[in-house]
Write a protein that binds this ligand. Structure first.
Ligand SMILES: *Cc1c(COP(=O)(O)O)cnc(C)c1O
Length: 400
């Protein structure tokens, strides 16, 4: 069958191959590129056919809030890439996180989470879910005893991010998965920083994996999107109905952009990661830098763990510029190629000053506890030539 992706055994194929072909279903026209089905609804040949569709006896589409052929291709490709039974796309990464939590939690449940989280994830846990009597205990993600000690009889969910934003600390996913399962809880991993290529949380025991597709999956700064990956049973029991009834659906147009983004994901991440490693090493040798953090550098305190659970160090580098906020601002303002932005995973290299942006709502004490000093900057490495980026960093540091 040339019109659907149908290899004998997709599990034997490499990620690069799945990223180009996975999940493709062609219309009767046999188009080469994935079709964009920009439609809200669907029509039926007869009232009987419509009835069967609504009863679920006929597997076709009903309404794009429930599902759409372009979105379904994106979901299938993501599931194949992750090695997950099922995937559901959402309008943004935060819609994916919120759906993955809310679809199965109830008042009275308890969550244990790593403390270092993307700002909006932390707001959901600390400010939003308590309104519904769902409490969260935040722990130091690297401290396995703290994860264990935080468990209560009503603990239903563990949540973590690794590497963390922006300090690139790691959490031992397998060890935390074991603690979660011993407690009868599910583990949700936000795998954005590692990308689906460099870390496989489900192989390490995670039950649910979430992505902001906005980042590396689009990779060219265009559309928002998100994905939840899980077992088929979790989708049937919890996620499917929640998504259908509450409606955080991705636009088919955005799903199409993400599908095309996936085609080049491996090439982009490979290049960005190679440049990130080269930049981390080059920056470490420059003056006016107090510290460089990169998971695959020998001086990363969790280097052994990084090598064990990741197949690459990732596309982000964090470093501390001498002179605190003043030094970091002078450095950022002197950059000529690298742009100041809070985004990441883009083809363009982007620099963030977390203390005054993504983490400005925290007190200085809370930031210090998270390791976010005033001189700390996070660099999301793009597709420019590494030498040009290193040159830009060096000339900007000279102005600090
Ligand atoms: C960006 C991001 C999110 C949120 O994704 P959006 O697409 O912006 O909603 C969640 N977690 C992490 C780690 C992120 O980097």
């Amino acid at each position: 069958m040339a019109n659907v992706f149908n290899p004998a055994d997709p599990a034997t194929l490499h990620a690069e191959t799945l990223l180009v072909h996975g999940g493709t279903t062609r219309s009767p026209y046999g188009e080469t590129s994935e079709a964009l089905y920009l439609t809200q609804g669907f029509v039926y040949d007869s009232a009987e056919a419509c009835e069967a569709r609504f009863k679920g006896e006929d597997p076709g589409f009903v309404y794009s809030r429930y599902g759409n052929p372009t979105t379904a291709m994106f979901e299938s490709r993501m599931a194949l890439l992750e090695g997950a039974e099922a995937a559901r796309a959402t309008a943004s990464g935060m819609a994916a996180v919120q759906s993955a939590l809310m679809c199965h939690l109830r008042a009275g449940d308890h969550i244990v989470s790593g403390r270092a989280l993307f700002g909006s994830c932390r707001w959901i846990l600390e400010d939003f879910l308590p309104r519904f009597n769902i409490e969260t205990t935040l722990v130091d993600g690297a401290d396995l005893d703290a994860w264990k000690a935080a468990v209560r009889p009503n603990t239903k969910l563990f949540f973590l991010e690794s590497p963390t934003n922006p300090t690139l600390d790691l959490v031992d996913i397998k060890a935390v998965a074991d603690i979660a399962h011993a407690a009868g809880a599910r583990l949700v991993v936000d795998n954005v920083f590692a990308t689906p290529l460099l870390q496989k949380p489900m192989q390490l025991g995670a039950d649910i994996v979430v992505y902001s597709a906005t980042k590396h999956i689009d990779g060219q700064g265009r559309c928002l999107g998100g994905v939840v990956l899980s077992s088929e049973k979790f989708v049937t029991d919890h996620l499917q109905t929640f998504l259908r009834q509450t409606g955080p659906s991705i636009s088919p147009f955005n799903a199409w952009v993400m599908l095309k983004g996936l085609e080049t994901l491996a090439l982009r991440v490979e290049r960005q990661q190679a440049s990130a490693g080269a930049i981390a090493d080059a920056v470490a040798g420059l003056g006016k830098i107090e510290k460089v953090v990169y998971p695959f550098r020998h001086d990363h305190p969790q280097y052994e763990l990084a090598k064990r659970q990741m197949t690459g160090g990732g596309t982000l580098v964090t470093f501390v510029v001498a002179g605190g906020k003043d030094g970091a601002f002078r450095f950022a303002n002197a950059l000529r190629l690298i742009r100041i932005s809070n985004n990441l995973g883009d083809a363009k290299s982007l620099l963030t000053h977390p203390a005054t942006t993504t983490h400005q709502r925290f007190t200085p004490e809370a930031r210090a506890e998270m390791g976010i000093s005033d001189g700390l900057v996070r660099l999301s490495v793009g597709l420019e030539h590494a030498d040009d980026l290193i040159g830009d960093i060096a000339q900007a540091l000279a102005k600090v």
